[in-house]
Design a protein. Sequence first.
Length: 125
Amino acid sequence: MSDSQQFSYNTRLDILCQPLELIDVGQIADDCPHQWFNQTLCGVNDSVVRIGVVEGDYHWHKHDNDDEFFYVVEGRLLIDLEDRTIELLPRQGTVIPKGLLHRPRAPIRTVMLMVETSAIVPTGD
């Protein structure tokens, strides 16, 4: 696996919104100037919901103890696995099981939501 420090990711683990606050996913995405952006939107029990605004390739990685749910709001997300690629279009999602080596890619600007445990390290274990 690659060392994530060589990549230009803007990852924000702080929780942006508290319970009962409006979360305007469209506005957050529209205001995002970054090529690979990840912001924690809110906490839900022991999990978090994150927005990703991405274009380009992430690095190969895995999460030993955590599943990840990806849901595409707009754009196109490819998730490379060792034996195949999963393509997600708007209004489609999938779960990547813990321990599975994967690499997300977005050939065009893509807005996605992710649900994962609050303890996950987004760049992988």
